[in-house]
Write a protein that binds this ligand. Structure first.
Ligand code: GLU
Length: 611
């Protein structure tokens, strides 16, 4: 770690950091600022560090500017919840393709005073008129992208109300205070890095369907150049309005009306030829939206208490079941190949059960406690053989009536497609409170529809529903329904040791979020890697699919050969997840960790770094 550079970054307040970036920009021959990005590729993106150790609080996110804002809140007396909300609002500026007030997410909070973990489910919901044929036309399911790039895919957003609820319950600052640094960031802009440029370029075609999106993200018809400054005055104005009027402006006011207007009547460039289906979201749907406060999932793993998100996300139950299965194996002393084999098999089995049983618990009877029971895990762990891989798709078990004899009969439910982009932030404060928060607009770029004049993209979260029953004749818990939340894989996780915070982690990556969190967790707890190291290792992901996904650094390795000899079949996935986390070191210091490489690297910082 370059601690000197980190210290410099960490001690700058957000306005100073911006000023530094903008000064660099101003030194270049400017060509006149456009409302959004300027095309002069001269300024340097803010530096990022994947690891930071010290005291006084810590933040890890994918964005240098967002992390810096979170650190500034902590330094000025805010707690972890205040800093998490400010960081999330800033990610809405610098990570607009993965998060923002047009989306939703899951918030996990450890309260150090009460030694207790709380969660908020801020998942997007289907409108009240949705039924199970939401994505069916003429008896046929819509094509995935036909559904995504439309008003039909947009769920009622939950992020803004999540921020308000979290602040009300555990924060010390107002929503207005928490939005303000992000408002300034949106106004002043940030320097475009390669990741932002590439994400825009990947979406160029579909962004060009929608004039409001093209005007914001494709200035001059092109993705903003690396080194140009990207400003979003519309989003700054939206945040300003929310600072003045509160969340009601979105859930009952004019911002909400603009959302429903564009959902019901998508504004498409006629020259694009795109036919964007309309959605049915109404102002009443927005007014009816609520964040769900609910109990976390909890499992005991090697004496640690692992807390996660209960359904509507499948994150907590699936990682929990896999951990309960892995409790049968001595991963600390296993060979690397045997460890990875057990990890893949536990994940394969847990996904078979997730696909069959998990959906929105207000609509389907989800056996959450049974899925998390050791008795059920015991009935599944015996499927794992040390010398050969199981074959997918594997049939689900019955968590309520676990088989005594370890049989595996029944019809497998497939793992259906999900998007692969989202963002995760982790925050700890000086009092020991911790937030682990994953938020999303689903695909990178969500529905591709920007709310005109408002500066933010709308989610396409409803495409996380199964469009048609996954298996004919078998109940599918994840079909669309009125006011229903699509099943998520988001897995923000907090781990306690003896009732005290130990570490927290989470990741984007669609269904591979679950395997990423599971792999980081076992690499850290069982294999003895620091959180930073556990985040950096090459990832492999088995989700009850015939082939196991593997990153390039894994393919061709000794471990690849060892697992292939057991019957595992691998397929390339260029990048799995983009985790962040925070660990409490035995001496009481905090270590924030982010990706060294994936997603262009993440930004970890602490309030008072080690010398
Ligand atoms: N929509 C996904 C979920 O809720 C997250 C998207 C992603 O990480 O790619 O699980």
């Amino acid at each position: 770690m370059n601690s000197r550079r980190l210290r410099r970054t960490a001690r700058l307040t957000p306005p100073l950091l911006l000023a530094a970036a903008l000064t660099a920009f101003a030194l270049a021959p400017t060509a006149g600022a456009t409302p959004a990005a300027s095309a002069v590729p001269t300024a340097v993106p803010a530096p990022k560090q994947p690891e930071a150790t010290g005291t006084g609080g810590a933040v890890a996110s994918v964005s240098a500017e967002a992390t810096d804002i979170g650190i500034s809140v902590l330094r000025h007396g805010g707690n972890a919840v205040d800093a998490a909300v400010a960081t999330a609002a800033a990610l809405g500026v610098t990570e607009p393709f993965s998060s923002g007030i047009g989306g939703g997410g899951y918030f996990v909070y450890y309260d150090a005073r009460r030694h207790k973990v709380f969660t908020l489910d801020g998942r997007e919901t289907a409108p009240s008129t949705a039924d199970q044929n939401l994505f069916v036309e003429n008896g046929q399911p819509l094509g995935f992208w036909t559904a995504v790039d439309s008003g039909r895919s947009v769920g009622v957003p939950g992020s803004l109300l999540t921020w308000q609820r979290a602040l009300d319950r555990w924060g010390t600052r107002s929503l207005a205070q928490s939005l303000h640094p992000a408002e300034q960031l949106a106004d002043h802009g940030f320097v475009v890095d390669q990741t932002f440029h590439d994400q825009t370029a990947q979406n160029q075609t579909r962004f060009s369907y929608f004039p409001a999106t093209a005007a914001l993200f494709l200035p001059g018809g092109q993705p903003p150049a690396v080194g140009s400054v990207f400003r979003n005055p519309d989003l700054a104005a939206t945040y300003r309005e929310l600072e003045h009027k509160g969340v009601g402006a979105l859930y009952r006011g004019d911002i909400g009306r603009d959302i429903t207007q564009v959902v019901q009547h998508p504004q498409v460039d006629p020259a694009s030829g795109w036919y964007a289906r309309s959605g049915a979201m109404t102002p009443a749907d927005l007014a009816a939206y609520d964040v769900r406060a609910q109990a976390p999932t909890e499992v005991d793993y090697r004496g640690l208490d692992v807390y996660g998100i209960a359904p509507s996300s499948s994150g907590g139950t699936t990682t929990g079941e896999a951990l309960n299965i892995l409790g049968h194996f001595d991963l600390a002393h296993a060979s690397q190949v045997q460890y990875l084999h057990d990890y893949l098999e536990a994940s394969r089995i847990a996904f078979a059960d997730r696909n069959r049983w998990v959906g929105d618990p207000r609509f389907v009877d989800v056996p959450t406690q049974a899925l998390l029971s050791q008795r059920f895990a015991d009935s599944r762990a015996c499927l794992i053989r040390p010398d050969s891989s199981l074959t997918s798709p594997l049939a689900p078990g019955d968590p309520v009536h676990p088989s005594g004899g370890c049989v595996n009969a029944g019809t497998p439910a497939p793992t259906t497609p999900e998007g692969t982009h989202t963002t995760h932030l982790t925050v700890a404060d000086r009092w020991g409170n911790v937030v682990s928060y994953t938020l999303t607009i689903e695909q990178t770029g969500g529905s591709a529809m920007t709310v005109p004049g408002r500066g933010f993209l709308l989610n396409n979260e409803l495409t996380d529903f199964d469009f048609t029953p996954a298996v004919a004749g078998v109940p599918d818990p994840n079909l669309p329904g009125p006011g229903k939340r699509p099943r998520s894989s988001m897995s923000p996780t907090i781990v306690l040791k003896d009732g005290r915070f130990d570490f927290a982690v989470g990741s984007p990556g669609g269904a591979s979020i679950i395997t990423t969190v599971l792999q980081v967790l076992t690499e850290h707890v069982d294999r003895g890697l620091s959180l930073e190291q556990a985040i950096a290792v090459p990832r492999i992901s088995q989700r009850n699919l015939a082939k196991t996904e593997a990153e390039p650094a894994f393919l061709g390795s000794v471990d690849d050969a060892g697992l292939t000899a057991l019957g595992e079949m691998f397929t390339l996935n260029p990048e799995i997840g983009a985790a962040t986390g925070i660990q409490l070191l035995p001496d009481g210091r905090l270590q924030a960790a982010a990706e060294p490489v994936r997603r262009g690297g993440g930004a970890a910082a602490v309030v008072d770094p080690d010398e």
